[in-house]
Design a binder for this molecule. Structure first.
Ligand code: HEC
Length: 150
């Protein structure tokens, strides 16, 4: 065994227990996990808001957009387990086709926002950001607590 093979096999041994722990996530863990992802979106969106309102310099704008696009790509999977609870309405799962289409659309739009910002400059992605960061339209239908704020 060369050094790389040894390292990889040590790594896989280290990761195996993690995999089985994840397989035992209970409902509370499943709900906490999707909330962590949503909170990440919230923090990054608030940070962008501060930049767009001119309070904070725009140096990190691209990175915030990338962070939102990356987080959006994690969101759908976090709702895949059919575990009603938290503030998620049961309709998330009974209307899964609509919910997952909305989440996929959110993922696509945030990815496009980040790409245009990177290729054409963040100043050209403002309109796309407003359109992509439409969190409210999903919350209105699927979140029992946040329907009228954002
Ligand atoms: C396609 C639907 C959908 C989209 C898009 C979406 N959310 Fe959510 N969000 C949810 C649902 C459903 C919950 C409830 C999760 C729960 O409590 O289990 C939630 C919960 C939250 C929460 C509360 C987390 C907590 O700790 O209870 C925040 C904050 C949040 N979302 C922010 C955002 C932001 C910011 C965006 C947009 C940048 C966004 N969401 C986009 C569906 C969505």
């Amino acid at each position: 065994m060369n050094r790389i093979t040894r390292t990889l096999s040590a790594l896989s041994l280290a990761v195996l227990p993690l995999v089985s722990v994840v397989a035992q996530a209970d409902d509370e863990d499943t709900i906490a996990y999707r909330k962590h992802i949503m909170k990440t979106l919230d923090e990054q969106t608030n940070a962008i808001g501060m930049i767009l309102s001119g309070v904070i310099p725009a140096d990190n704008l691209q990175l915030h957009m990338d962070a939102i696009a990356t987080t959006a790509a994690m969101a759908l999977r976090s709702f895949e387990p059919n575990v009603p609870g938290g503030d998620a309405k049961p309709e998330v799962w009974s209307n899964w086709e609509d919910f997952s289409a909305r989440m996929a659309d959110f993922e696509k739009k945030t990815a496009n926002m980040a790409r245009v910002a990177r290729e054409e400059g963040p100043e050209n992605a403002g309109e796309l950001a407003i359109e992509a960061l439409d969190c409210k339209s999903c919350h209105e239908v699927y979140n029992s607590k946040r329907s009228d704020d954002e």
